[in-house]
Design a protein around this ligand. Structure first.
Ligand code: AMP
Ligand code: TRP
Length: 330
């Protein structure tokens, strides 16, 4: 029986947060043995917001090293840089021609991002989800493990697959999102009503996978809580709820176990423990990351081999698409 296919990616638009880790990458690791996995560093997506070229290069390599440090294995999964596989940009063009302006303009992420950059809004930001659909559909992915914020984009990818299949005959597998219940949305430490994001202006709002212990202690200490003073998982205490989710993700303990452990204990002690748990959880990743960054040849080998494997599969799908829409074979 053929193995099911998994596709996912992260943008190299800065350091990755523990939100990326808990919501996405951590879940990718366990899928590697059972599925045929493709994990991309989506640099084409990253340039939809202005990037400094040399930083983008640096971030792309760092995200690759973070992937490997977190436990993605090039022997098991295909790990590659999106711009190395030109089929992504090519399929995006074809899918653009069957995408409706109305549906794209209703995408929450587009609406949010366009609010932030009202002047000179670029067209890439608008067709961003079409590129994401191309990523997924090129590999005939069955499952797409992402955080909660990507659900709407996944819906669009499904719509485009179905629309193309209906118009031109069956071509694309219709993908399913894989969204974990817990940890699918890690919130900002400064505003627990909004998502933790690496692009937040306030650096106390997020913890990076590569943050030093002191920074982690400082950020957890300053995390917004409330005046209720009880460590309980509920919607009246969004800050505490978020910290409990993070605690649970890093310790492997259930929320209930943690609530029991901290019954009658103050926020101060809880935060101190949480900071240490995050530090210990990230330590092996950071150590491995440092080693990998010293071995650029190895990283280069990984992304080159990844691109080769990915291109082979992606081009197969692209050729089929080109034939179906009526392009003459070259
Ligand atoms: P991005 O950083 O936007 O490229 O996101 C990469 C992956 O991380 C996607 O699957 C997102 O859904 C996930 N992700 C990003 N931020 C968070 C967060 N705060 N909580 C949970 N998942 C997240
Ligand atoms: N848009 C996703 C994000 O910002 C990243 C992404 C691009 C992605 N292409 C993808 C995720 C394909 C899953 C599958 O989080």
């Amino acid at each position: 029986m053929e193995r099911k296919v998994v596709f996912s990616g992260v943008q190299p638009s800065g350091g990755l947060t523990i939100g990326n880790y808990i919501g996405a990458i951590k879940n990718w690791i366990s899928l590697q043995d059972e599925y045929d996995c493709y994990y991309s560093i989506v640099d084409l997506h990253a340039i939809t917001v202005p990037q400094v070229p040399k930083d983008l290069r640096k971030n792309t390599l760092e995200v690759l090293a973070v992937y490997l440090a977190c436990g993605l294995e090039p022997e098991k999964s295909t790990i590659f840089i999106q711009s190395h596989v030109s089929a992504h940009a090519e399929l995006t063009w074809v899918l653009n021609t069957i995408s409706y302006m109305g549906q794209l303009s209703r995408m929450t992420q587009f609406k949010e991002k366009s609010r932030k950059s009202e002047e000179n809004l670029n067209a890439g930001l608008f067709t961003y989800p079409v590129l994401m659909a191309a990523d997924i559909l090129l590999y005939q992915a069955d499952l797409v493990p992402v955080g909660d914020d990507q659900k709407q984009h996944l819906e669009l990818a499904r719509d485009l697959a179905e629309r193309f299949n209906n118009r031109y005959s069956y071509t694309f597998k219709v993908p399913e999102p894989l969204i974990k219940k817990e940890g699918a949305r890690i919130m900002s430490l400064q505003d627990p009503e909004s998502k933790m994001s690496k692009s937040d202006e306030n650096e106390n709002a997020y913890i990076l996978i590569l943050d030093k212990p002191d920074a982690i202690r400082r950020k957890v200490k300053r995390a917004v809580t409330d005046s209720i003073g009880e460590i309980k998982y509920n919607d009246q205490q969004l800050g505490v709820k978020n910290l409990l989710t993070i605690y649970s993700a890093f310790s492997g303990h259930s929320i209930e176990e943690i609530e029991n452990k901290y019954e009658g204990v103050g926020y101060g002690k809880f935060k101190e423990d949480l900071a240490e748990i995050i530090i210990e959880g990230l330590r092996p990743i950071q150590e491995k990351f440092d080693d990998l960054m010293k071995n650029k040849d190895y990283l280069e080998r990984v992304y080159k081999e990844g691109a080769e494997r990915a291109s082979y599969i992606a081009n197969k799908t692209l050729r089929k698409v080109y034939r179906k829409v009526g392009f003459i074979q070259k």
